[in-house]
Design a protein around this ligand. Structure first.
Ligand code: G6P
Length: 360
């Protein structure tokens, strides 16, 4: 069945490998007539009626939400705030006049997110849930649902749900933009197809990723992820993956923010994983790498083809610049996986963590 490991040693590795398939499934599921992406009309209307969108989520889904904000603002031109559910519940920001809430949750059962949903429904606001589980609590209690079509995710560390969330958010943003007459100058179906192919290349790069994990992470105490704009958000997710399954102290930082404190932590040999997929900040992130290297850091630069330099450890295939999180996260997932293996950690069931947290 769908949820057996088959020949895979761990669910996590299986789920990482399923990402190209999930991408194609999403394209297919959201494809309407005439080869155009479609989203339920009511949802598009709710997007357009909103003067501000509030994305609420936890963990990996929160990290997908950060990318979603970028998409909705850049493509559909609607202002977006992203909130951690457990904070929002007790510290609600001043809401706009016509807010729309988007709950992102793989399981659809996270209690922190549900707490917020109950509150905002009481206030009379509309809510959309983006989830992998039809009929889940968050799906039933919201006004609208968009499904991830990622298939069951068993490993505690989320992988394919993250990329599925980002893909669905890109479709939501693009379809909303189109409904407003905004010309995006690219065909998202085609671009997501290119992403699926790139994902395949990355899933075939396991040996390289295992080697990176061995070289940088076998014995280290800590590790930093740096990037700017979208790469920063993916770095946050990379750091979370590494913490969750390998127990290495890891943090993601915006490249430019390092000098305001964190650079004090850099010692001889500290591993720094830097993402360089965004042209307009390429110079900036390269400068940040130089700053940490000057303090003894051991850099592992993952760049995108077209922006690569000789010092780079791995070069990703080119995809649309907005969609890079869908591909750049895969090496980080694999590096975390192998780091955990090398350190004898239980990859699928890390200590202290649950797949879905149904208590606040
Ligand atoms: C738990 C899991 C995380 C997940 C988070 C949110 O903490 O361990 O992997 O990202 O819940 O889960 P959700 O199902 O709401 O996306």
């Amino acid at each position: 069945s769908d949820i057996e490991k088959g020949t895979y040693p761990h669910y996590m590795l299986k789920e990482i490998d399923e990402q190209p398939l999930v991408m194609r499934k999403i394209i297919q599921q959201y494809q309407g007539n005439e080869n155009r992406l479609t989203i339920n009309k009511e949802i598009v209307e709710a997007m357009n009626a909103a003067d501000r969108i509030y994305i609420v989520a936890a963990g990996t889904s929160y990290h997908a939400g950060l990318v979603g904000k970028h998409y909705i603002e850049k493509m559909a031109r609607i202002p977006v705030e992203v909130h951690v559910a457990s904070e929002f519940a007790y510290n609600m920001p001043i809401l706009s006049e016509n807010p729309l809430f988007i709950f992102i949750s793989q399981s659809g059962e996270t209690a922190d997110s549900r707490g917020v949903l109950v509150q905002v429904k009481e206030l009379g606001h509309k809510a959309l849930t983006i989830t992998n589980v039809p009929g889940s609590t968050l799906s039933r209690e919201a006004d609208y649902t968009l499904l991830l079509h990622a298939g069951p995710e068993i490993a505690v560390a989320s992988t394919k749900a993250y990329t599925a969330q980002i893909a669905v958010l890109s479709i939501l943003a693009a379809v909303t933009a189109e409904s407003k007459g905004i010309n995006l100058e690219f065909d998202l179906i085609q671009e997501l197809g290119i992403v699926a192919n790139a994902m395949e290349v990355l899933c075939d790069a396991k040996e390289e990723m295992e080697e990176i994990a061995r070289e940088y992470l076998s014995t280290t105490r800590n590790c930093f992820f740096i990037g700017r704009t979208l790469d920063f958000y993916v770095g946050l997710e990379g750091a979370l993956k590494l913490k969750e399954i390998s127990y290495i102290q890891a943090e993601g930082f915006a490249g430019g923010e390092l000098k305001h404190g964190t650079i004090a932590l850099i010692e001889n040999g500290t591993p720094i994983i830097a993402l360089a997929t965004q042209e307009h900040v390429n110079l900036g992130i390269r400068g940040n790498v130089k700053e940490v290297v000057a303090r003894g850091a051991n850099p592992c630069i993952i760049s995108m083809k077209g922006l690569e330099e000789e010092e780079d450890r791995y070069v990703l295939p080119t995809v649309n610049e907005m969609l890079t999180p869908l591909v750049s996260v895969i090496p980080l997932q694999l590096i975390s996986y192998y780091a955990a293996l090398h350190r004898d950690c239980d990859v699928d069931k890390p200590r202290n963590l649950a797949k879905s947290v149904t208590v606040e």
